[in-house]
Design a protein around this ligand. Structure first.
Ligand SMILES: *Cc1c(COP(=O)(O)O)cnc(C)c1O
Length: 541
């Protein structure tokens, strides 16, 4: 490339880099981890900023009576490098020191993690539990990530051209960038305009409640406003202070994470005055992490795909036997469904009209493996998990629930199942990267046309669409309609193809791999970020 690439500082609350490194929760972290890996593989200048979570995200298990319980463990990592740098932030009325660790396995794309669990601090718990607190606890974490993150970059001597806030958690970094400029003599509005020129933002969730907001009083009490006045805070993030709105107003450009999500996000935020333009950059996955090596070869025939798949499917079946003591049948259809148990994802939709499936489950002709975690405070999500566990007891040979969903389970399931099911309440799934992992492994997607799937789906060729694109006002009616469409696709297309048309099935597996492996690879994604989001813009705003 002839032009010098902009140097990027990428801020995110969580990073899914490896299953043993418990500083992630779900899709957002996996995306961030894959983004760093993509930057490394493509030799792009990017540093990550995150938090060193002592306990990570919740572990969620079941006891012998089938009750769910949450627990936390303490982790120690010996591969972290001490940078010797400590930065200070003010939280409530206290100085809080943040030690900066470096994860160096990414060469040109190192990750720096801030850690408050050091002797100097009274408030050592801030970097304790990922998504463990809300309100004041969450704000404290966001002060460390955003304000501490910018100070860490300064102390480390990193030159930065673009600050990328991956989700609104990091938005306080924007206030810190403004504060620096005001200290150098700029006025409030000049500082804002100058800051905007160096900030970009990725918005993720189309669920209103997922877009965090805080009362301005609480932000003041926590010291998150730096020295900005109530009126200035209001101008940036509104009242209450919405982290997404603030990020949209503090950035020169923003993006959504799929084409459909781009429409949804533009509609959702259309009334925000002074917001940056939102464009779509579709998510992708790091093939080296998610695709089995046996599925990366240059396949000569659909038979070869099938043979490799059967090896991998048997490995999954052994894994399930090891964890659950249940021996699934390698010659019967195996459906996978694993994701966060958020209510809009409707993990138990397939059991809505149970009689439709009863016979197939009893005969073992349809087998389903579920996995998922609910947020510790999400009773709706926990209710769904308990329902899945109940079904696994009712059909012990055909329905399996694997507790404590993590990257390892995600990897094994997206490689070894025959079908990857996804039935979110449209259009709430921003992207849904697990389906991409499956597709590249020749695991056929059977999914509602939400998130990434409308961009990839060729119905009956590389997977299946469930239903159409109709969105009803009434969610109950929508669920009924979508469940019916799910049974139609499953019973009239997926099951008969699997059992009666193996040739077509194998062709579809090859088509699934070939139609997704380039576009949904993180190599395409990081290049698009550099071209569309990070490249310098003209001074037109
Ligand atoms: C890929 C992955 C996700 C994200 O998948 P979705 O399709 O967005 O639900 C979440 N958690 C884990 C462990 C993953 O591997």
């Amino acid at each position: 490339m002839e032009k010098k690439l902009p140097k990027v500082a990428y801020f995110c609350m969580e990073y899914g880099l490896d299953n043993s490194f418990k500083i992630y929760s779900g899709g957002l972290g996996i995306l961030a981890g894959d983004h760093l890996k993509g930057a490394k593989d493509n030799n792009l200048p990017l540093v990550g900023i995150g938090l060193k979570w002592k306990q990570g995200y919740v572990e969620q298990k079941t006891d012998e009576n089938g009750n769910l319980y949450d627990c936390y463990r303490q982790y120690k990592y010996d591969f972290l490098e001490d940078t010797g740098v400590k930065v200070k932030v003010r939280i409530r009325q206290d100085d809080v020191y943040c030690k900066v660790w470096k994860v160096d396995c990414f060469g040109n794309a190192p990750l720096y993690l801030l850690d408050t669990d050091i002797e100097e601090n009274g408030q050592r718990w801030i970097t304790g539990q990922l998504y463990g607190g809300f309100s004041e606890d969450r704000i404290a974490q966001e002060i460390v990530l955003g304000i501490g993150g910018v100070r860490a970059l300064r102390a480390l001597g990193h030159e930065v051209d673009v600050y990328h806030f991956n989700e609104g958690h990091a938005v306080l970094a924007g206030l810190e960038l403004m504060r620096e400029k005001i200290q150098q003599g700029l006025g409030f509005h000049e500082a804002w305009e100058t800051t905007r020129k160096e900030v970009v933002f990725t918005t993720h969730t189309p669920i209103q409640a997922g877009n965090e907001q805080h009362s301005i009083e609480t932000l003041f009490y926590m010291g998150a406003n730096l020295n900005f006045t109530v009126d200035q805070m209001n101008q940036i993030g509104g009242v209450p202070f919405n982290m997404t709105v603030a990020a949209l107003r503090l950035s020169r450009k923003a993006n959504a994470v799929a084409a459909l999500h781009n429409e949804t996000a533009n509609d959702m935020w259309k009334d925000v005055e002074g917001k940056s333009n939102i464009v779509g950059i579709t998510n992708a996955v790091h093939r080296g992490t998610w695709v089995d090596e046996r599925m990366m070869q240059d396949f000569q025939s659909p038979e070869d795909v099938w043979n490799s798949h059967m090896e991998i499917k048997k490995e999954l079946i052994n894994f399930v036997e090891g964890r659950k003591g249940i021996k699934l049948n390698p010659n019967a259809l195996l459906i996978g469904f694993s994701r966060r148990a958020a209510t809009y994802k409707r993990s138990n939709l397939i059991f809505r009209d149970e009689e439709k499936l009863e016979g197939l489950l009893e005969k073992g002709e349809v087998q389903i493996i579920f996995s998922g975690k609910a947020h510790p405070l999400d009773d709706g999500g926990k209710h769904i998990i308990l329902d899945l566990i109940r079904m696994s007891k009712k059909y012990p040979q055909s329905v399996v629930f694997i507790e404590n969903y993590d990257m390892e389970i995600g990897q094994i399931l997206t490689r070894g199942c025959d079908v990857w099911l996804n039935n979110p309440r449209r259009p709430n799934e921003a992207s849904g990267t697990s389906g991409m992992k499956a597709a590249m492994n020749g695991v056929l997607n059977c999914s509602i046309l939400d998130g990434w799937w409308p961009e990839a789906c060729q119905h009956g060729v590389n997977g299946w669409a469930i239903g159409d694109e109709v969105v009803l006002e009434n969610t109950e009616e929508q669920d009924v309609r979508d469940a019916k469409a799910l049974y139609d696709t499953l019973l009239n297309e997926v099951v008969p193809t699997y059992y009666s048309n193996p040739t077509k099935w194998r062709d579809m597996m090859l088509a699934s791999i070939n139609s997704t492996k380039d576009f949904f690879s993180v190599d395409r994604m990081v290049k698009e970020y550099y071209e569309v989001l990070y490249a310098p813009m003209e001074d037109t705003y």
